[in-house]
Ligand binder design. Sequence first.
Ligand SMILES: Nc1nc2c(ncn2[C@@H]2O[C@H](COP(=O)(O)OP(=O)(O)O)[C@@H](O)[C@H]2O)c(=O)[nH]1
Ligand SMILES: [Mg+2]
Length: 329
Amino acid sequence: MPTNLPPEYFRAEQKFKEARTDKEKIELLEELIGTIPKHKGTDKLRAEYRRKLSQLRVSAQKSKKGAKQVSEYHIEKEGAARIVIIGTSNVGKSSLVAKLSKANPDVSENPFTTWHPTPGMVEFENIQLQFIDTPPIDIDFFEPEFIELLKSSDLLLVIFDIQGYPLQQLDKINNLLLVSKITPLNNEKINSTNQHFFKIPILIVVNKVENEKYIKEYQILEELLKDEGWNTIPISVEQGINLKSLLQRIVKETKIIRIFSKPPGKEVDYTKPFIIKEGSTIGEFALQVHNDFYEKLKLAKVWGKGVFDGQSVGKEHLLNDGDIVELHI
Ligand SMILES: Nc1nc2c(ncn2[C@@H]2O[C@H](COP(=O)(O)OP(=O)(O)O)[C@@H](O)[C@H]2O)c(=O)[nH]1
Ligand SMILES: [Mg+2]
């Protein structure tokens, strides 16, 4: 590092390091190069950045093909929860999204087929879930956008392949979580107390468990993972085994519950439940139904768990999945 670099250089360098898209990187790198004074002592540094700039331009050109400017990792949130699917190659990530949703990610025996995150909506018991298929994680470098995508999820679904090498897959996952500074919210044993770590519920799903041999192998893996605090669930995407339980578990882990609204004197609308977080109260529900309802609420009647039918409750009453609520304002 040549001496006598001006303060603008270091500011520009910091900005460049934080750049996300190729476009941003190129602009900031141009700016950075502009801050380097021209003399013999900086020749090497300038040459190095020039080389980097031309590489960036080439790669931006290549990926631009469809004139797409926004990062492909930028996907709008939709539905009640976002479930991001991760795993090494060929474990069945794309097959799972294809099977459960109407999306059509590439499925193939050839590793590394899916290079783009692909969203697909999955409907389960009136709940809309946004699944996102991602590229395999058998790599050493993760795009910052990829890590951002992981952090934007309500649940990470880790897929293992019992017919592959699950322990190697586990190493890769642990590495990814460490690099991304993500810690499982639902695993007491390895839930990092580091406050800088991002806490997200993580569910480990073991795929291709479809005959005696693999069921036995799954049981061994299950014990092993249990020792590390992980609860797992076996499935077979191809044979459609356990997929309903998987969806039930996903809904449970994302901590969302469904509340059916019943306007006074009318029938319950079972088709469109309100989706709220577990542990929400009548007051929070009222707020979601309508901004004014919280203030105006006089009384609520509830049918469901822990109450007698039509019991009158106040704003602090805790709701349960499947409760029917009649708000009186
Ligand atoms: N035996 C078996 N093969 C599966 C299952 N699910 C997916 N596969 C196959 O595994 C390969 C990789 O699947 P893919 O979904 O592309 O994996 P990805 O790389 O994780 O997205 C394909 O040949 C699939 O047909 C399953 O439940 N059982
Ligand atoms: Mg794939």
